[in-house]
Design a binder for this molecule. Structure first.
Ligand SMILES: [Zn+2]
Length: 536
């Protein structure tokens, strides 16, 4: 039974009939990867396949042009040292102007010419007829190989994909490739396992054409539209770092006030193959753009790339992960542009979002206002007091100290419970905690004489003036039960990050530059959302 739409010049689709062997493999192979790849609905990726073949065609044409016209442009006068400084002051963390720097990485997608490949003519094993010469490798097989690698928990990078295809016959088989037979001469067929170079080329074309990103968005949309991901009224965010595959140098510079400073930066290089870099016309570039020093604490620093991650706290599902333009950026700067991007990308979901959660890096009054005004959502950030010492003077009787978090501790060592606010008198109210039977712990306390000293059945109640606790915002006190209940959902983002970073890849990058880093995040996200759909 063949489709009447198949043109004569085209190869007929190879119908994949469930084979006895496949059934056996489905039963014996542990892990979900085989099942997911086996049942992958290739029809959903036809449009992307067509865009890929168009991009491949352009890629081949460009390569030919490039090799025909050797560089004859005039030589540049920029020295390596000048380039080092130019690149330093280009970084988003060096910009002081009012113009908002581009905090999040935004890929430059190569403009595609009008599409010429009809998606409906494509299927596994059927490539467009236009591509003359050797038949290209099948998009569906290549796509499956990358996603399958991540499904098995390895980084979806060409080297790893190649290793698995050549060492795991079931994997190569389910991707649509056949193994080389030992006794036969190595004739080229489209079903042969692609070489490492072909895998690298596929990854590069997918990246440059913005296809990894496009497929990622489409996977998330599918999961939202089919109800596999339920709407929630909160988003949660955080950043995480990946170890860079590069080293850095320290560049000294003077700040606006003429003060001598220094900053770690990726080394400068040229990506051309000219003999003399000091005279050729090509620009100096950073070997690993986007990499920077990530400061975790006074003693912990990493040279790496930074990603901003946003998800739904209730279900613990990641919605987006984006590379930060300069890893040295402060965490408080990345959340706003990222929430804005996610809300624009998923407008249906955006209408449900009322509140966003972050750690104390976003505990900033101005930022909270910006979220309210521009996005109409409430920003809740964990409370991290700047002061580290408790308050010990000018306290009510019987109170030993008030912690920087605004919790009074009495002389018997009990923490008092926050009750609320008396706004007109600008005071916070606290009460001694109650025992299981509902009576106050003060009743049996041996220190009563030094404290409340009253024959009352209710326990000690105190008020503390707003002025005593200037670090606490009376409109959003972190001692309140409601605040604590909301913030309890924030750490779910840490589990989401672990899933992306450890279960579906590696936190040690094997490529340089933000473009590769973003593509890596996109491939991981595609896999993650396929897994969610599968286990639903
Ligand atoms: Zn050059």
């Amino acid at each position: 039974m063949l489709s009447p739409h198949v043109a004569e010049c085209q190869q007929f689709p190879l119908f994949h009939e469930p084979h006895l062997d496949d059934q056996r493999l489905l039963n014996i192979i542990e892990g979900e990867w085989f099942e997911i790849l086996y049942y992958l609905p290739w029809e959903n990726y036809r449009v992307h396949a067509a865009r890929y073949y168009d991009a491949l065609y352009d890629f081949n044409m460009c390569q030919r042009e490039a090799s025909e016209s050797q560089s004859q442009a005039e030589s540049t006068s920029e020295t390596k040292e000048e380039a080092r400084r130019r690149l330093l002051f280009d970084r988003t963390t060096m910009q002081t102007s009012e113009e908002a720097p581009q905090i999040l990485y935004k890929g430059e997608v190569v403009d595609l010419k009008p599409s010429t490949v009809d998606p409906m003519t494509l299927s596994p094993g059927v490539v467009p007829a236009r591509l003359a010469g050797r038949q290209p490798k099948c998009f569906f097989g290549l796509f499956k190989s990358f996603i399958g690698t991540a499904l098995m928990g390895f980084p979806a990078e060409p080297e790893q994909v190649h290793l698995l295809l050549t060492s795991n016959p079931s994997f190569a088989h389910v991707c649509g490739f056949s193994l080389k037979e030992k006794d036969k001469p190595p004739l080229y067929t489209v079903h042969q396992i692609p070489s490492l170079r072909k895998l690298e080329q596929f990854d590069q074309i997918m990246r440059e054409a913005g296809l990894w990103d496009e497929i990622k968005v489409s996977e998330v949309n599918t999961n939202l539209q089919t109800g596999i991901i339920k709407k929630e009224n909160e988003l949660v965010g955080d950043t995480t770092h990946y170890y860079a595959y590069s080293s850095f140098e320290t560049v000294p510079y003077e700040d606006d006030k003429g003060k001598a400073k220094k900053k770690s930066q990726s080394k400068v290089t040229k990506f051309c193959r000219c003999n003399d870099w000091s005279t050729c016309s090509h620009d100096w570039e950073l070997t690993d753009d986007g990499a920077g020093t990530i400061v975790k604490s006074r003693t912990k620093m990493y040279w790496g790339h930074k990603a901003s991650v946003i998800g739904l706290p209730g279900q613990g599902i990641v919605l987006d992960a984006v590379a930060v333009s300069d890893a040295a950026s402060h965490d408080g700067q990345t959340f706003f542009p990222h929430v804005k991007k996610v809300m624009e990308q998923y407008p249906d979901l955006a209408t449900a979002i009322k509140r966003v959660l972050y750690d104390s890096a976003c505990n900033d009054t101005e930022l909270k206002l910006r979220f309210k005004d521009e996005l109409g959502v409430e920003l809740k950030a964990s409370f991290n007091p700047r002061r580290s010492k408790p308050i010990t003077t000018g306290l009510p009787r019987g109170i030993a100290k008030i912690t920087p978090y605004g919790v009074p501790v009495c002389i018997a060592g009990n923490e008092l419970d926050y009750q609320g606010i008396r706004y007109e008198r600008e005071k916070f109210i606290y009460e001694a905690p109650r025992q299981e039977d509902g009576t106050s712990i003060c009743i049996g306390c041996s220190l009563r004489d030094e404290c409340c000293n009253r024959p009352t059945q209710t326990g000690r109640t105190i008020t503390v003036s707003f002025d005593t606790l200037p670090q606490i915002d009376p409109n959003d006190p972190p001692m309140a039960k409601r605040f604590k209940a909301i913030m309890r959902r924030r750490p779910s983002v840490e589990r989401m990050i672990k899933r992306l970073k450890c279960d579906l890849g590696d936190d040690r990058l094997s490529k340089r530059g933000n473009e590769s880093f973003q593509a890596y995040l996109d491939k991981t996200m595609i896999t993650y959302h396929l897994l969610i759909r599968h286990s639903h």
